[in-house]
Every structure is written in C-alpha cells, then in structure tokens.
Design a protein around this ligand. Structure first.
Ligand SMILES: Cc1ncc(COP(=O)(O)O)c(C=O)c1O
Length: 388
C-alpha cells in the first residue's frame, strides 16, 4: 500500500496585505512590559450590573433560541424610539432597523450588499481598519481621501474631486476614531450638497454617537433627511454600554436599502444573540445611561488632559469618542511606531501610532491614547507620562 501524505492546499489570499495589526502588537508588548494599556479602545471597567441582570433574566426565562432574523422586535422598537427622540427621524422598526453582530458586521454587510466588483468606495483617512479590507472583499476599489492635516476636518473639495461615475458609497465616521473630531450639521449639509446629483450611498459609522463633549450635539446622518434617505446609519451597543465584547450593534436604513442589507445579513450571521438583545431592550427603556455618557467620558477626558498638559506632549482637541491624540514632536523625532514602542517599553504606557490608520503609514509624530479607563488607571498612566 502506498503511504498517503496529507497536504494542505496552498491558498491565494483574499487579503494578501493584511497581517497582525498594530493593536495586537502593542497590547502584547504592553503585557510583556507591564505597561498601562491605553492603546486598544475598550473600557477597563465593568458595565452597569442592571444590564447584566436584564440579560441574565432573559436567559433564565428561556429566551435562548434563534430570534427573528432582523433582531427581536422589542429591541428594534427601542432603537427606533431612541433615534426618533434624539435625531427626529422615524425609522420603521419592521423594515428599517436591523440588529447586527456589532458595528463591524453592520459595516461589512452594508458594503457587501451595495458594492459590486469595480465600484469605488471613498474612505476618509485616517480611518478604522476594517473599512478597506471590507471594500476589497466585495471586489470594490478603495479611494482614500485624507482629512485635513493638523485639524482632521473633512476636505470637501478633495471629496468632490474623488467622486466619479464608479463611486458607490462614502464612509463617514463621526465622532471620529482616531482623531476625536466631530462633524457639525454644516458638514452634513456640505456632504449632502456633494452627494445630491449622485447615487452615492453614505455609510455613517456613528458608534461613538453618545460621546460628544462640551455641550455639542452629535450630528447623525439620521438627523439629516436628505442624507438619511441614502444612508446606512450604524451604531454599537458595545461602545455605549461598556460591553465591547458582546458585539451587538445595529443599522438603520431606508427600507429599500434594508431589504438588500438583510439578504446579506441573513447568510452571514442570520441572527444575533437572543438574551443579549432582550436584555438591551429592557435596559434601553431608561435613556439615562446613554444620555449621561458624554458627561461621564468628558470628566475622564478632562482628568487625562489636565495631567498630559504638564508634559511636553502637545494635546490635540478631543471633541468626542474616548480618544486623545498627542503630538510628541517636542520630545522625539522617532517614527510614530518607534515612539509608541518606546513609550510602552521604557515609559510603561501603551499608545497607538496614528500611522496605523493610514494606508501609506505616514508619519506625523502623533499618537492616540484611549481614556476609557478607571481613574486609577489614568492616574497611574499620568504618573509615568510625567517624565516626558
Ligand atoms: C470607528 C469604529 N467603528 C466600528 C467599530 C467596531 O464596533 P463593534 O465593536 O460594535 O463592532 C469601532 C471599534 O473600535 C470603531 O472605533
């Protein structure tokens, strides 16, 4: 008998340029060197016990089987009510709201549902790292437009110049990770004017919608009737309720867009965790947790900024999200990645280089910290950063 050799066939990668992300690298380095990890964006504190109770109760009462494909009706109702109360737009929870496995799956699904091979999708750099691979998986072409250097404001002339007959969608993220800037209603008006003569869709990544500071209101695509008519508005319970590991989010979109979205959703996740959906629906009955979130994070931002102001780091504005960017050019001329590695190994605080959010890895001597941390964690980090 001939010996059979097991052989794993070679695979041509669908995403040949994707490797280990800097987030994983910096977190591993932080653990290895006992550094305070202000790199990856998630809280180091727990969620409200009332939310855990609500999910627990749902599990114990037998809500553990497949929910309806689009999400449990009570949660879709709660989301529709919240959007109407905050942004003045009534989505039909039956046909226009879908519960997703986090914002990440919502964005991928919106792209797979709308982008055909050869279509172009505009992303505004720096941007969240899933957008470009998502577009490539759909066979689309990523068109990168830089936010203005220094201010990270949208450059509408550059966006206008990037729109072609092939443009299928533009992805806008406000409040913005990593720059912590927010779009104004005037920005939405300018975008609407650019998109008016086109069939370009808007994918609005609004996962930090409840973290806008200094009394400013979040400018949601849902609040702008013209944009809402062409938008997938995406949000995430993970960010809002300090449960990033639960991976539950939602997308609100006009019924024609939702119908196509659900065709793809049906065959990539089909449904999302039943008891968590019921728990979230019950917890959402009280608007205070999300209405008070901005004040909660603004206080942490101010604590963190007050400490950083005593160093040679130059603080960029933090208008929203739970991120704070700093310019370290007065301290070092190292590249961003080298500086962040040094900060982790020698100073004991992990940060993320802004270059990680650009395709060309450009170096602007900027780093991003996450302040979604207990006050003690922030204080320890600030004691270490005081050496700078
Ligand atoms: C801009 C942005 N979009 C989407 C996500 C992903 O959200 P989720 O965890 O709900 O998938 C994140 C998480 O860091 C983010 O920063």
């Amino acid at each position: 008998m001939n010996a059979v050799t097991a052989r794993t066939p070679a695979l041509a990668s669908r995403l040949p340029r994707v490797g280990t992300t800097i987030f994983t690298v910096m977190s591993a380095l932080a653990t290895q060197h006992g550094a305070v990890n202000l790199g990856q964006g998630f809280p180091d504190f727990d969620c409200d016990p009332a939310l855990l109770d609500a999910v627990n109760q749902a599990m114990r009462s037998g809500l553990n089987q497949y929910p309806p494909m689009a999400g449990v009706p009570v949660l879709r109702d709660a989301v529709a009510r919240k959007i109407e109360a905050l942004y003045g737009h009534r989505y039909d929870p039956g046909d226009e709201i879908t519960i997703t496995a986090g914002a990440t799956q919502a964005i991928l699904t919106a792209i797979l549902a709308s982008v055909h091979p050869g279509d172009e999708v505009i992303v505004l750099e720096p941007c969240y790292d899933s957008y470009a691979p998502n577009i490539e998986l759909a066979g689309g072409r990523v068109v990168r437009v830089a936010l203005a250097a220094g201010t990270f404001r949208p450059d509408f002339a550059a966006i206008d110049a990037a729109i072609t007959r092939r443009t299928r969608a533009i992805i806008v993220n406000t409040p913005h990770n990593p720059s912590a800037t927010v779009w104004s209603h005037a920005d939405l008006d300018r975008l609407a004017a650019l998109l008016r003569p086109t069939d370009v869709l808007l994918i609005a990544d609004e996962v930090y919608e409840h973290m806008v500071f200094d009394g400013v209101a979040h400018a949601s695509a849902s609040s702008h009737p013209e944009l809402a008519a062409r938008a997938f508005a995406v949000s995430s319970f993970g960010k809002t309720y300090h449960v990033t590991g639960w991976k539950v989010g939602y997308v609100a979109a006009p019924r024609e867009l939702t119908a196509e979205f659900r065709k793809v959703h049906q065959f990539n996740v089909f449904t999302v965790n039943t008891p968590v959906q019921h728990g979230l629906a019950r917890y959402m009955a009280d608007p205070r947790p999300y209405m008070e979130l901005a004040a909660f994070y603004q206080r942490k931002r101010d604590l963190f900024r007050a400490g950083l102001a005593r160093t040679r780091l130059r603080l960029l504005p933090s208008e929203g999200t739970y991120f704070q960017c700093v310019d370290y050019s007065a301290i070092s001329d190292r590249s961003e990645e080298d500086f962040c590695r040094w900060l982790t190994t020698d100073i004991g605080v992990a940060a993320i280089p802004l270059s990680a959010f650009y395709e060309d890895g450009r170096n602007q001597q900027l780093a991003r910290f996450c302040f979604a941390k207990r006050d003690e964690t922030l204080t320890t980090a600030l004691e270490r950063l005081a050496r700078l």
